[in-house]
Design a protein around this ligand. Structure first.
Ligand code: MN3
Length: 252
């Protein structure tokens, strides 16, 4: 097997992700185009799925308390072990029901299970990226090529941070603020995502994602979402974002 041929496991995982990521535009583009190495940086299959290709809850890359004082240990524990786990279970359930529908030739609930798959699968993917985007040694500013591209596309780092903060803080109800790379334009963009699956731009690969569902911050910040968004920049792992940016550019 050459280095560019994905293993059976990678193939199964990528195929599963493609099905789940219908609203996360980078995924279909990656399938079959990118080298396995690039894909695994952007959508770490080893974390997202198990050996059989089923969705799986990734291990946290640090302890529950590692993000304190910005995000308290209890919030991280509930967020990962309960909320994220529920998206994994929900995505598998949707896949199972769609498999059953195909084998029985009964598609009366296809709309329901397709919505479930988009919602639960996108939640699983975005949370997996979120955990790796953060870290105890984060903060500061982007460096290197990513810093240059931020300056080119947003003016400077301060303006970019202001834009991302404003977009994230004003998400209507539950959702995410996202820094993404548009493969088709070779540009960075800020997305304001409702729930997980709405308001994306097709062809954008998420680089940095900020969860603003209340479960992500309520124990410490209650209704003060803006305080949480301001503080989260103290734990953003810019090395991880730069790694994702480098991988995204190799796709485009
Ligand atoms: Mn969440």
């Amino acid at each position: 097997m050459s280095a560019k041929q994905p293993s059976r496991r990678q193939f199964l995982s990528t195929a599963a992700l493609t099905t789940a990521g219908v609203t996360l535009a980078g995924v279909p583009i990656l399938n079959g185009v990118a080298e396995a190495g690039v894909t695994s940086v952007l959508y770490p299959q080893a974390e997202l799925t198990d050996a059989s290709g089923k969705y799986a809850l990734p291990k946290l890359p640090y302890e529950y308390k590692a993000l304190e004082p910005v995000i308290d240990a209890k919030t991280v524990e509930i967020h990962h072990d309960k909320h994220h786990a529920a998206y994994v279970a929900g995505a598998n359930k949707a896949e199972d029901n769609l498999t059953a529908a195909r084998s029985e030739g009964k598609f009366d609930l296809v709309k329901y299970w397709s919505k479930e798959l988009a919602f639960q699968g996108s939640g699983h993917i975005l949370h997996t990226i979120y955990w790796t985007n953060l870290g105890p040694k984060g903060g500061g500013e982007a460096k290197g090529d990513l810093a240059k591209q931020i300056a080119r596309d947003f003016g400077d780092f301060a303006k970019f941070k202001q834009h991302l903060t404003a977009a994230t803080t004003t998400v209507e109800a539950s959702g995410w603020g996202v820094l993404a790379y548009q493969v088709f334009a070779k540009k960075l963009t800020v997305l304001q995502v409702e729930k997980h699956q709405d308001l994306t731009t097709w062809g954008s690969i998420p680089l940095l994602v900020i969860d603003v569902w209340e479960h992500a911050y309520y124990l410490t910040y209650q209704n003060k979402r803006a305080d949480y968004v301001t503080k989260i920049f103290d734990i953003v792992n810019w090395e991880n974002i730069a790694q994702r940016y480098d991988a995204a550019r190799k796709v485009g």
